[in-house]
Design a protein around this ligand. Structure first.
Ligand code: GLN
Length: 502
C-alpha cells in the first residue's frame, strides 16, 4: 500500500485494507470528516454535510465486512460526495422533512432550502454498491461555468493554490477529492465540467458516453449534453465507480439498453497495437506552453508503450464553442422555465402571478444563468430559430460526423483537457468569452456524445495538467485502458496538493 494518508489513497488500495481488516470504514469516514473539518470551510467545497448518517452507514459497512457479506458490493464502506446537482431524498411521501435528508440547491439561490421527495438514480446505484454519502458539493449555478465562481454560495478554492479556481462546474467535487475530503465524487459534464476541473485539480475525471449513465434525478441544464460521471484519484477508481453507475434505467428515456462491460478487466496495462489519434486543431492558440509540453510528453509516453500515434484532423473543432453556446443555452432556457416561484424553492411572494414570476426569477437567478436564459430564448425565438438553433444543430451533426470518421481509423483520440492550468480567482469573471474558451477542448466531445477522460500528465508552474482521452461511443473500456496504461507508466498517480497546515 502507498505511504499516503488514508483519505489520499485510491479506492482500490483502501478497499483492500478494508477487506484485510487493516482499517475500517469508520476510520476512513472519520479521516475524511476530519479533512472536511480542517479544509471544507476555507476551500468552500461542501454545501451540505451529513456526518452522523455517514458514520452510521460506515458502522453498518464494517459490520457487513466483518460478517463477510459484503460480496458483490464493489464500493462497500467507501465515502463519497455528490455534486449538488443530484437530488437526494429529503422528504417522505407526505412532504415532511426526513431526518438527515440533504437539501438540493444546484448552486442557486432559487433552490435554497429545496428538499427533494426522491433520490437520483446515481445515488441509488452507489448506495446499492455500498458507498457512503458524506455530503453535497459546491458547484456553478445550474452547472453553468468553468471556474466555480458562479455558485450563489461563493467560489471554491483550488487546494493546489487557494488563490486559484478549481475549474468548474464540478469544482467542489474535484477539490473535495483532491484534498481527501472524499475518496471519490460525482460530477456532471455538459461541456467539460467533469474533465476540466479534474485537469485543474490533478484528479481523474470521466464523462461517459451520452446514454451510458442515467440522468434521472440530475437537475437538468442542457438535456442533450448532460451526463454524469466520477472524479477520483486513479483511472482504476474511475472504472470501478463507472461500473457501479452504468446501465440502462427505464426512468431516463435517453439511457441506452446496451451491455456494460467489465471495466476493470479492460485495464490490461497494454496499449501495443492501438492506434491513437492526435488532432492538430486541439493545440489551439492561447494554449499555455507548459500545458502543451506536458500533453505532448504524455503522447510520447504512450508511443513509448507501443501505441501507434497518428496525426489526425477534426476541422470543425473551432466551431464547437459557437455551436455549444447556442444549443446549451437554448435547452437551458426551456429547462429553467420550471423555476417559477410556485413549484420549487424560492418564491418572491408577490400577490400577482406575473409579478411573482419576474421577481422570483429576477432575484433567484445569478447573472450567468440570466445570460444563458436570454441567449437561449433569443436563439429559439420565431425570427431566429432557423438562423441560429437549426444551424447549430447542423454543425453539431458535422462535428459528430468528423469524430466518427476519425474514430474509424484510430481506437481513441489524445488531446489536452484544458488549454491552461488553474487561473486566479476573479481573473476571467468579467470576460465571458475568455471563460467559455476554457472548454474549447472538452465541449466538442459532449456535442458528439462521446466518452472522455482527463488523467493527470504532470505539472506546469506547479499546477496540474490533464491529458484527455476520447473514445468511440460506448467504448469507455478502451478509453479507460489507454488512460490506465498511461497513468501506470507516467508516474503522476501519487500527485496530491500540499494542504495548508491547520
Ligand atoms: N463551462 C461550460 C458551461 O459553462 C460547461 C459546463 C458544464 O459542463 N456543466 O456551460
Amino acid at each position: 500500500m502507498s505511504g499516503l494518508p488514508l483519505p489520499d489513497r485510491t479506492i482500490t488500495e483502501v478497499a483492500e485494507a478494508l477487506r484485510s481488516g487493516e482499517t475500517t470504514s469508520r476510520e476512513l469516514t472519520d479521516a475524511c470528516l476530519e479533512r472536511i473539518d480542517h479544509h471544507a470551510e476555507r476551500l468552500n467545497t461542501f454545501l451540505a454535510i451529513e456526518a452522523d448518517a455517514a458514520r452510521r452507514a460506515a458502522d453498518e459497512a464494517d459490520a457487513a465486512l466483518k460478517r463477510g457479506d459484503g460480496d458483490g458490493r464493489s464500493l462497500l464502506g467507501i465515502p463519497y460526495a455528490l455534486k449538488d446537482i443530484f437530488v437526494t431524498r429529503a422528504t417522505d411521501e407526505e412532504g415532511q422533512a426526513l431526518p438527515g435528508g440533504l437539501p438540493t440547491t444546484a448552486g442557486s439561490r432559487i433552490l435554497a432550502g429545496f428538499r427533494s421527495p426522491y433520490a437520483s438514480s446515481a445515488q441509488e446505484r452507489l448506495e446499492a454498491a455500498g458507498a457512503i454519502l458524506i455530503g453535497k458539493t459546491n458547484c456553478d449555478e445550474f452547472a453553468m461555468g468553468s471556474s466555480n465562481e458562479n455558485s450563489a454560495f461563493g467560489p471554491v478554492h483550488n487546494p493546489w493554490d487557494e488563490t486559484t479556481v478549481p475549474g468548474g462546474s464540478s469544482g467542489g467535487s474535484a477539490a473535495a477529492v483532491a484534498s481527501g475530503q472524499a475518496l471519490f465524487a460525482l460530477g456532471t459534464d455538459t461541456g467539460g465540467s467533469i474533465r476540466q476541473p479534474a485537469s485543474l485539480t490533478g484528479t481523474v475525471g470521466m464523462k461517459p458516453t451520452y446514454g451510458r449513465v442515467s440522468r434521472y434525478g440530475m437537475v437538468a441544464f442542457a438535456s442533450s449534453l448532460d451526463q454524469c460521471g466520477p472524479l477520483a484519484h486513479s483511472v482504476r477508481d474511475v472504472a470501478l465507480v463507472l461500473g457501479a453507475l452504468a446501465g440502462h434505467d427505464p426512468r431516463d428515456s435517453t439511457s441506452v439498453d446496451t451491455p456494460v462491460p467489465d471495466y476493470l478487466a479492460a485495464l490490461t496495462g497494454e496499449v501495443r497495437g492501438l492506434r491513437l489519434g492526435v488532432p492538430r486543431e486541439y493545440f489551439v492558440a492561447g494554449m499555455e506552453p507548459g500545458v502543451e509540453s506536458a500533453v505532448r510528453a504524455g503522447v510520447e509516453t504512450l508511443r513509448g508503450l507501443g501505441a501507434e500515434i497518428v496525426d489526425v484532423s477534426l476541422p470543425s473543432t473551432d466551431r464547437g464553442l459557437a455551436t455549444y453556446y447556442i444549443i446549451a443555452p437554448a435547452e437551458a432556457s426551456a429547462n429553467l422555465a420550471r423555476y417559477d416561484g410556485v413549484r420549487y424553492g424560492l418564491s418572491a411572494g408577490a400577490d400577482e402571478l406575473w409579478d411573482n414570476y419576474e421577481r422570483t426569477r429576477g432575484t433567484g437567478f445569478g447573472d450567468e444563468v440570466k445570460r444563458r436564459v436570454m441567449l437561449g430564448t433569443y436563439a429559439l425565438s420565431a425570427g431566429y430559430y432557423d438562423a441560429y438553433y437549426v444551424k447549430a444543430q447542423q454543425v453539431r451533426t458535422l462535428i459528430k460526423a468528423e469524430f466518427d470518421d476519425v474514430l474509424t481509423g484510430v481506437d481513441a483520440i489524445l488531446a489536452p483537457t484544458s488549454p491552461t492550468v488553474a487561473f486566479k480567482i476573479g481573473a476571467k469573471v468579467d470576460d465571458p468569452l475568455a471563460m467559455y474558451l476554457n472548454d474549447a477542448c472538452t465541449l466538442p466531445v459532449n456535442i458528439a456524445g462521446l466518452p472522455g477522460i482527463s488523467v493527470p500528465c504532470g505539472l506546469s508552474d506547479g499546477l496540474p495538467v490533464g491529458l484527455q482521452v476520447i473514445g468511440r461511443a460506448f467504448d469507455e473500456a478502451t478509453v479507460l485502458r489507454v488512460a490506465d496504461a498511461y497513468e501506470r507508466a507516467a508516474g503522476f498517480a501519487d500527485l496530491r496538493p500540499a494542504l495548508a497546515a491547520v
